[in-house]
Design a protein around this ligand. Structure first.
Ligand code: GUN
Length: 284
């Protein structure tokens, strides 16, 4: 029986810490502010944005939502980002991805002031993460690191395999594990013998976006398995990239979906926004 890593509980702990620090910061006249931009009406993005707004209210942040129609032009979106870059009450800007077709995500990400880039997607912040000298960590990989800490997982010297090479999860995830002295391999759709690589992992992170992709025969007995997937199975039910029923008996610890990595992303966003508010106001 694997230890089930409880993302909801760890997320609640992180958010409680942020709320406490926010209360202290408010006493000094600083209220952290987050602006969330959503373009179009993708239902999954809408749910994420609602959850982000709710989390802001719970920790005591000021927040603004900009819900723009799907036919918003690149120029309009760029103008909004520039306005928010200058807005004093706003310490963090998050533009929910993916953007509707026709909008240039790269240009928007680069237009967000690196100081307010609480997603840590801007090239300047990505570069800082590579060097190991950063203000913010990307929310999902940072959340995974918190979960590994909670599970008491030693990373130093361990074989860490990340399946997926996205800019949002796979690549920064590998870097964070490397900072903690893991021996890191990134796998992707062109990896020749995927199973051979994943079976070596003491720590296996799945971030491929394919439902139940990781099966028991791809996992080393006793591995710690982290599932970043948010997929739908054949019945439309929420599931992860890991076949939980198959893999749980093989693993020593595993994250469920839902209730694993998902809740951590928002908690880390709150942490980044608090850090941004402190930096912008010269606190600490
Ligand atoms: N879409 C899916 N995950 C994320 C995230 O962490 N940040 C943003 N901005 N968009 C996302």
């Amino acid at each position: 029986m694997a230890y089930i890593i409880d993302g909801k509980a760890v997320s609640a702990k992180v958010r409680a810490e942020v709320a406490e620090e926010t209360a202290a910061l408010k006493e000094r006249g600083v209220t952290p502010g987050l602006a969330v931009i959503i373009v179009g009406d993708d239902p999954a993005s809408r749910t994420y944005v609602n959850n982000k707004k709710k989390a802001c209210a719970e920790v005591g942040f000021y927040s603004e939502e900009y819900a723009l129609p799907a036919d918003t032009s690149q120029a309009e979106l760029m103008a909004l980002v520039r306005e928010l870059n200058e807005k004093k009450e706003i310490n963090g800007i998050l533009c929910q991805l993916p953007l509707p077709k026709g909008l240039d995500e790269g240009e928007i990400i680069e237009a967000i002031s690196p100081k307010k880039d609480v997603d840590a997607f801007h090239a300047s912040n990505v570069g800082k993460i590579m060097i190991g000298d950063f203000d913010f960590l990307p929310c999902t990989p940072a959340g995974v690191m918190e979960l590994l800490k909670d599970a008491g997982t030693e990373i130093s010297g361990k074989e860490c395999v990340v399946v997926g090479r996205s800019n949002i999860v796979g690549k920064p995830m590998a870097m964070l594990l490397l900072h903690k002295h893991g021996t890191v391999t990134i796998c992707h759709s062109r990896t020749a013998d995927l199973k051979e690589v994943t079976k070596r992992a003491d720590i296996l992170v799945a971030a491929v976006g394919i439902p139940k992709f990781i099966k028991a025969d791809m996992v080393k007995p006793g591995a710690v398995v982290i599932d970043v997937g948010m997929d739908r199975d054949e019945n439309g039910k929420l599931c992860g990239d890991v076949d939980f029923a198959e893999v749980e008996p093989v693993a020593s610890a595993i994250t469920p979906v839902p209730g694993g990595v998902g809740p951590m992303t928002i908690a880390m966003l709150m942490k980044n926004t608090l850090a941004a508010a402190k930096i912008q106001n010269g606190v600490e």
